[in-house]
Design a protein around this ligand. Structure first.
Ligand code: ADP
Length: 741
């Protein structure tokens, strides 16, 4: 007994009568120390009633033995868990309680710890926001509340024992059971997968799950953690849909844009075609008007009066042509059809030409025209001479138009362009002492069709400045304006040029006099076809234009044949064998391009010179004609010399020329003496004003003659104005609007 681990005791009369050493040791006492001690107080207070109850029952004989766990207090105050097995016996002839105690503190602690950790674990499971389910052999043995909630069941109990497959969407069942099978045989299963599951009510939800095998005390089980990804899935799907919709929208918009672009391209094309047609429609009759007037002006049988009338027709026609050209220029700028055509040219020469031309107009208005050029301006340059000329004419023309007295000053200067030694930025300043431009209008006058100031002053199209600015910008230049109302305006045009050497500049041909005949054809350069004369075929559908050209050519001695369209032109070429063909571009039946192409294919067709003619200002007429195999291109309306020059270039024709005096009298006009005019009899002044307003040239000459009878000097001055058809200054003086300068 002394060796026993169990503490043995005998209690009689409420005190320990015997205990072994194990008993004392368990309770922390020395052997024998507890003899005579009441053991009940050693039990913790809480357990005492239980012990007392046992004792009572035993003593009363109601039970003979009992086993129970209690806690007792050791001598050192520590609590020990003890398992008590109690019974009763006869001790020293009397009834006594006996039993033994086992120290079960360690076991109890382990149990408590286990219980504690299990509790914690369970707590974690219960509290976890994710759904956790544990299954064994295809049935649920545990689920947490989140799981129940996720799947829409009412309670945990309801789910326990249910087959796990009950929550799987039908289309996933096969995959699900395959997974379970693989897991059960210990194969590696993808731990993170997505599955569609069913709620209790049959609705579907997307889950992301991880399932692993877990050893539980009662055997292995499948431990699954699930996360609801329905929202994410839906968001993904929505994003996808959104993305697709966006893509669709982008595609739709792109298609719309392409559509719009096509439409605008089509509209642009239509506009170009319209403009080409319009320019053709307008220029074709103008060609006839200007051409015939010119012819008649030069006719020996034309009277002086008729000549004056013809001059007016020519001027009006040219004015109209300028307007048409302005409108077309703007249209071409707008449709991006304008390109730079730089050539090498003599800047000083061009400037002088423009100023000479403009001098006539300034003189008409009694204005002074001043020109000043800085010494550093290069003489020979490369740039788009045609456009620069047009800008200069526009600016000087405006300055003249909007100035009543004083002067128009033109200054040309240049400065080096950094980093480009061959370049210069030229500056042309056109300054006038005219009406000036209100600051509010200084921007808008560069817009198309904008005209400002008094209505009475408005003439022209309102396009000049628009075109000028566009041209300058295209060249890489700019335009500036400084103006004060009532004082005057100064337009500054900047444009870059490249400095070139003299030799690079093509010799500009001296303008020749009027062609009145051709030299006989030299034998060495005789016709390829053996006929002695120059044979010119005109292929042209507009009878007036054909007739005009024919008259012009026949008059100087060319042999001419006409054909009204391409087909007839080819026939005439084969039968008549011309040296040169004027080929109109647009014709019914067969146009000029096609006819030229076909003629080139025919025997001898490679030798004949073919030059295109067109009134259309649009498109790449020149390129088009050259591509069709023609040698050159002349646009309508043409001046006679352009036609003769072209024939000279291609056939080597030599002309007999009448050197004519310049169209305008060489002496500059003298200012009209206002005093002398005022001295004239009133009826003479009134009559002069009346005939000028009616533009009756012969009557004007008449009245001036009668004035000369009164005042010879005044008569001479006035007739000089009349000869140049410059009536406005006379009218001004008559109406008292101008003083002599
Ligand atoms: P247009 O002269 O044909 O009317 P522009 O485009 O050349 O057209 O000029 C637009 C407007 O700008 C003119 O109508 C005129 O009112 C104003 N303007 C242009 N140049 C001058 C100038 N030198 N002085 C005063 N006004 C001017």
């Amino acid at each position: 007994m002394e060796q026993s681990l169990a503490g043995v005791f005998i209690v009689q009369d409420g005190v320990v009568k015997y205990h072994n050493s194990a008993y004392a040791r368990i309770l922390g006492y020395a052997p024998g120390e507890l003899l005579g001690v009441d053991p009940v107080p050693l039990v913790i207070e809480e357990h005492r009633p239980l012990v007392e109850e046992r004792i009572r029952k035993r003593l009363a004989g109601e039970e003979t033995s009992a086993e129970y766990e209690i806690q007792m207090m050791r001598k050192d105050g520590l609590i020990v868990d003890v398992l008590v097995q109690g019974s009763s016996l006869e001790y020293e002839g009397r009834m006594a309680l006996c039993g033994n105690i086992l120290d079960i503190t360690k076991r109890k602690r382990a149990e408590a710890a286990l219980r504690h950790s299990e509790e914690r674990f369970r707590n974690i499971l219960e509290q976890a926001p994710v759904a956790i389910g544990i299954g064994r052999q295809g049935k649920f043995i545990y689920t947490n509340p989140a799981f129940v909630k996720l799947f829409g069941w009412d309670s945990v109990d309801e789910l326990i024992g249910q087959p796990t497959s009950i929550l799987v969407a039908p289309e996933y069942l096969e995959e699900f059971s395959e997974r379970s099978r693989l897991r059960d045989v210990g194969a590696e299963v993808e731990r993170d997968y997505e599955v569609v599951a069913l709620r209790k009510d049959g609705s579907r939800l997307s889950l992301r799950g991880a399932v692993s095998l877990m050893e539980l005390p009662d055997g292995p089980a499948a431990f699954g953690v699930y996360e609801d990804v329905t929202l994410r899935k839906e968001a993904e799907a929505a994003m996808m849909l959104h993305h697709e919709q966006l893509e669709e929208l982008v595609q739709q918009r792109t298609a719309e844009l392409i559509d719009a672009r096509n439409q605008s391209e089509a509209a642009n094309k239509a506009k170009s075609v319209f403009l080409a047609n319009m320019s053709h429609e307008l220029r074709t009759p103008l060609n006839a008007v200007l051409g015939f007037s010119n012819l008649m002006r030069n006719d020996a049988f034309t009277s002086e009066d008729q000549r004056k009338t013809l001059n007016i027709i020519v001027r009006s026609g040219e004015h109209l042509l300028n307007l048409i050209n302005d409108v077309l220029d703007v249209a071409r700028i707008e449709s991006g059809k304008i390109v730079l055509e730089p050539t090498a040219f003599d800047m000083a020469d061009m400037m002088q030409g423009v100023i000479d031309m403009m001098r006539i107009r300034t003189e008409e208005k009694g204005l002074q025209l001043k020109f000043d050029q800085a010494s550093d301006v290069p003489r020979f340059v490369r740039a788009d001479a045609g456009k620069i000329r047009q800008v200069l004419i526009n600016l000087i023309n405006n300055a003249t138009k909007y100035t009543d007295r004083g002067s128009v000053s033109i200054r040309l200067s240049g400065e080096a362009v950094k980093a480009s030694p061959q370049k210069r930025m030229l500056l042309v300043e056109v300054e006038d002492t005219g009406h000036g431009i209100d600051p509010a209008d200084q921007q808008s006058i560069f817009e198309p069709f904008v005209q400002v100031g008094a209505l009475a002053l408005r003439s022209g199209s309102g396009l000049g400045l628009t075109i000028s600015r566009q041209y300058l910008q295209l060249m890489g230049g700019s335009i500036e304006l400084e103006s004060t109302v009532g004082v005057g305006s100064c337009f500054r045009a900047y444009f870059p040029v490249e400095v070139v050497r003299n030799v690079d500049v093509a010799r500009v041909k001296e303008p020749r006099g009027r062609v009145i005949g051709i030299e006989e054809r030299r034998e060495s350069r005789g016709s390829a076809y053996g006929h002695p004369e120059y044979r010119i075929l005109i292929v042209e559908d507009t009878p007036e234009n054909s007739l005009l050209l024919r008259k012009m050519l026949e008059e100087v001695g060319f042999a001419v044949h006409e054909a009204p369209n391409g087909v007839a032109g080819i026939e005439a070429f084969q039968e008549w064998r011309p040296d040169f063909i004027w080929m109109d571009r647009f014709m019914p039946e067969m146009d000029g391009l096609e006819a030229a192409r076909r003629i080139r294919q025919l025997p001898g067709g490679a030798d004949v010179k073919i030059v295109g003619l067109s009134a259309s200002a649009l498109g790449d007429q020149r390129d088009e004609t050259l591509a069709a195999g023609m040698d050159d291109f002349v646009s309508k309306p043409y001046r006679p010399n352009e036609i003769f020059d072209c024939l000279e270039r291609h056939l080597g024709v030599r002309y007999i020329v009448q050197e004519t005096a310049p169209a305008v009298a060489e002496t500059p006009l003298q200012p009209i003496p206002v005093d002398a005019m005022e001295m004239l009899p009133d009826d003479l002044r009134d009559e002069l004003a009346a005939v000028i307003l009616r533009l009756e040239a012969d009557k004007i000459a008449d009245v001036i003659q009668r004035i000369a009878d009164v005042d010879e000097a005044l008569g001479a001055i006035l007739s000089a104005y009349a000869r140049r058809l410059t009536y406005t200054p006379i009218l001004r003086v008559l109406q008292g609007r101008s003083r002599a300068v």
